[in-house]
Design a protein around this ligand. Structure first.
Ligand code: UD1
Length: 366
């Protein structure tokens, strides 16, 4: 059974890693890995292949960043050629970045079945490029692997047959659990002079936050207040850095005495930072889940989340981007009244095992 896996951006890599590892165990499975090259910086791409021992991609399309039309259009043109040449039985895509849609659409048009890992999540906010990718991918996939019950509800409501839906848990947690020792050995806190629980970690890259000058200015003003209360460590995404330069806001950030601005950092170091943080400030999807698993309080700087379980039973609070609310929630954590949480069902490190078992059965029936 040849399975073509398509990845391209940072959040894809920690999701494909445990699936590649699991596929290796079975002789009848032949994975073919395609990297669209949406993320190309060492810190956004190669470091993950290195840290997580992901096999070298069989194809690297070097498409790079660009408009969505360029990324998706060029992606489909190239992936279609690979599918025609490789003739896979199945195309596997993970998450919601552009590579996910590229893989799914190229396959579906050639009548190759698609498996989507992390299906059914919905923010109900069509301004998010990821929401468009999620919706389209799910509706052309034949096997939908979900991380939480809300995803099942969403898919059924959209008319997707329940026979296609498999509640298997979260592959990202497989990676987190299997990397535990290496994460704990990271020396990033020493390197940055940080003491456990005496700092907060910030990530920020969503277009709705960083492409909007007013929003970004409000967030930066909030950070200025917050860093007077707790040290903030901020690995800055290239998109955000570019926007801060464009809006002449970078100097303000750099002036903050208690905020450490760094380049993007690798998986193991980032997880170590998260695990030792007092709390997290983020607009990332994956970090909401990782902090829930690690039981670290998380303030999500967005108006919604497609991962409601992180709020319902995890440590996450969606608190928007307005200063007053963020400061209020941070103060509560600093006063020792942080939200506590539980780990969601099937976030147990065995999700990729469940997925590959289902794919093997599917391959036998075909
Ligand atoms: C993408 C994903 C998003 C994910 C995020 C994580 C989509 C629609 N978005 O957004 O879901 O949360 O990755 O990082 O797929 N750039 C570099 N080096 C790189 C890659 C990008 O400098 O290696 C810069 C480029 O200037 C580019 C900008 O970052 O224009 C944005 O990159 P892009 O890949 O379009 O989207 P992300 O914001 O990274």
């Amino acid at each position: 059974m040849k399975i073509l896996c398509v990845v391209g951006a940072r959040p894809n890599f920690m999701k494909i890693a445990p699936l590649c590892e699991e596929m290796k165990k079975y002789k009848e499975i032949k994975p073919v890995l395609v990297h669209t090259g949406q993320h190309y910086d060492f810190a956004l791409s190669q470091v993950f292949f290195q840290d997580l021992k992901i096999p070298k991609p069989d194809y690297n399309l070097n498409i790079g960043s660009g408009t969505h039309g360029e990324q998706v259009g060029r992606g489909i043109i190239e992936v279609e050629k690979i599918i025609i040449k490789e003739k896979p039985e199945l195309v596997l895509v993970v998450g919601d970045a552009n590579a996910c849609l590229v893989g799914a659409l190229s396959a579906a048009k050639l009548h190759i079945p698609v498996a989507h890992v992390e299906a059914g999540l919905r923010s109900f906010d069509m301004r998010m490029p990821e929401e468009i990718n999620r919706l389209l991918t799910d509706h052309i996939s034949g096997l939908l692997f979900v991380t939480e019950p809300s995803a099942i509800k969403n898919l059924l409501k959209e008319g997707i047959s329940k026979n296609k839906i498999f509640y298997v848990g979260n592959v990202m947690i497989d990676t987190l659990k299997s990397s535990k020792f290496k994460v704990q050995s990271s020396k990033i806190c020493e390197k940055l002079g940080l003491k456990p629980k005496e700092y907060a970690v910030l990530t920020l890259h969503r277009p709705e936050n960083v492409d909007d000058k007013k929003n970004l200015r409000e967030i930066i003003s909030t950070l200025n207040e917050l860093q007077k209360k707790i040290k903030i460590i901020y690995p800055c995404h290239p998109r955000t850095k570019k926007q801060m330069e464009r809006f002449a806001l970078l100097a303000q950030i750099k002036k903050m005495k208690n905020l450490i601005l760094t380049q993007p950092i690798g998986y193991l170091e980032m997880l170590n930072l998260i695990e030792n943080a007092r709390f997290i400030l983020t607009d990332s999807g994956g970090i909401q889940e990782e902090s829930t698993f690690l039981k670290i309080p998380c303030l999500t700087l967005r108006e919604n989340t497609e991962r409601p379980i992180t709020c319902e039973i995890g440590t996450n609070i969606v608190c928007g981007t307005k200063k007053q609310r963020i400061i209020k929630e941070a103060d509560r954590i600093l006063a020792g009244k942080a939200k506590t949480g539980r780990i969601p069902k099937y976030w147990d490190g065995k999700t990729s095992r469940r997925i590959i078992k289902i794919l093997r059965n599917y391959g036998r029936k075909k």
